[in-house]
Design a protein around this ligand. Structure first.
Ligand code: FCB
Length: 443
């Protein structure tokens, strides 16, 4: 059993993104994408989502009643800057009210500036494949922090750069729907530039603000440890997907393979904390036919527990990832971690084992400062529409009824105790593979 409490002032909350919960976001590239048949499961659209643009105060009351002391959400760029250089006083006032509502309830805000959606005018000008987008983003980031910086101390510039590049430019199943390795690499470079420029602008004006990025890190293990080719592709996946961005940010320059996609540099150490989004592990098998994917076919371990989306449930991956981040020597926030589980059959154990893995990591000295479960309310899950249910609280997009699932109560108990309930027996930590492939050595 994992005993012990989390450090004092540990942040416990949930995470959301504007487009997934607000409703009414018709001015961005995702809304346009949703209008095309076949893009979103069941033809779903992000309107009405959770109608949180109107319902945020009641929703925050509910989260506060469940003992959460923090909340991560994103501001919607297309509302704030609907046309180039034209900032909406109304939209900024709205997010000021949202932040004030959190403060009034004693909940620490964590604000994301970019969570996947781009204003339509940015998409029309080439999206993140266009170098100017980084400058537009920095201008937006500056304006928002100038207006709202006194209400929130911690900010995330960009959510999951690697996922944006992979889904939008390599797989092509998110906007802008391209399948072009060169474009994916350029997009990563421009996202890095966007972060660097935003970081410098914000810090020069508001030195006290804490600025980070939310990184999606997965564990890639070889499907067959005895096969050198599998080990090689797993190592390549780790390098490209988990390490390149972190290392570039640490050094203030591009590292291979990004060096082949452009030239850019920025300040060294341009993160004040690491945001970690952790969901799953994947096993990688060498396969000649998977040229576009570094010759790696991703497979599920036989008999592995999995979510409704078939993602492997692998709490030890959170422990291993947190351990690997020790090298960054920065405070860490777990900015997302959750499970699609409509029946709420596996979520309670998911919560206990992942919070337990995080506690184990803290006990070995990893400086984790907070945990934001993905997510509070079932919402618009991108290409999965409303079919994937990630909420601690069910939310019906038709009736807008909110119904806490049993795991909402369990999470409330964890938040209240600032630790795991004493009665909980955790399964033993999964055995470490003989040669952990980790998200391994980041230096
Ligand atoms: C993450 C995204 C978040 C949500 C979860 C399930 O990759 O940041 O918006 O889609 O996955």
């Amino acid at each position: 059993m994992i005993a012990g409490r989390f450090p004092e002032n540990f942040l416990w909350g949930t995470a959301t993104a504007s487009h997934q919960v607000e409703g009414g976001n018709h001015g961005n590239d995702w809304w346009a994408w949703e209008q095309v048949p076949g893009h979103i499961k069941n033809g779903d659209r992000s309107d009405p989502a959770c109608e949180q643009f109107e319902r945020y105060a009641g929703d925050f009351d509910l989260l506060r009643s469940l003992n959460q002391n923090a909340h991560r959400f994103s501001v919607e760029w297309s509302r704030i800057e609907p046309a180039p250089g034209q900032f909406s006083a109304m939209a900024l006032a709205h997010y000021r009210d949202v932040l004030q509502a959190l403060r009034d309830r004693g909940m620490e805000p964590l604000v994301t500036l970019h969570h996947f959606t781009n204003p339509a005018w940015i998409a029309q000008a080439g999206g993140w494949d266009a170098p100017e987008t980084a400058e537009y983003f920095a201008r937006f980031a500056q304006r928002v922090t100038d207006e709202l910086g006194t209400l929130a101390r911690s900010w995330i510039t960009i959510n999951e750069p690697t996922v944006i590049a992979y889904q939008g430019y390599l797989r092509g199943d998110w906007p802008p729907g391209r399948r072009d390795l060169g474009a994916a690499a350029r997009v990563l470079v421009n996202l890095l530039r966007g972060h660097w420029m935003a970081y410098e602008r914000i810090k020069s004006r508001h030195a006290d603000l804490q600025i980070g990025l939310a990184h999606h890190l997965r564990v890639f293990d070889p499907a067959r440890w005895f096969m050198p080719q599998d080990r090689a592709v797993a190592a390549a996946f780790n390098r490209v997907f988990n390490e390149t961005m972190l290392k570039s940010l640490r050094l203030g320059r591009l590292v291979f393979p990004l060096t082949r996609a452009g030239r850019a540099s920025g300040p060294r150490q341009s993160q004040d904390f690491i945001g970690l989004n952790y969901y799953a592990r994947e096993l990688v098998k060498f396969n000649r036919r998977y040229r576009e994917e570094l010759f790696g076919e991703r497979v599920l371990p036989a008999g592995a527990p999995r979510s409704d989306l078939n993602w492997e449930l692998y709490p030890d991956g959170l422990y291993r990832t947190l351990r690997s981040l020790l090298r960054e020597q920065l405070p860490i926030l777990v900015t997302e971690n959750g499970i699609a589980d409509a029946a709420d059959a596996k979520r309670p154990e998911f919560l206990l084992t992942h919070v337990g893995a995080m506690l184990r990591a803290i006990q070995t000295g990893v400086p984790v400062r907070g945990y934001f479960h993905w997510t509070c309310f079932d919402n618009f899950e991108w290409a999965e529409g409303y079919s994937a249910k990630f909420g601690l609280i069910a939310c019906d997009p038709v009736t807008q009824e909110r119904r806490p699932r049993p795991s909402a109560r369990l999470y409330a108990e964890i938040c209240r105790l600032n630790g795991l309930p004493a009665t909980v027996e955790l399964p033993p930590a999964p055995r470490q593979p003989a040669e952990p492939a980790g998200p391994a050595d980041l230096r």
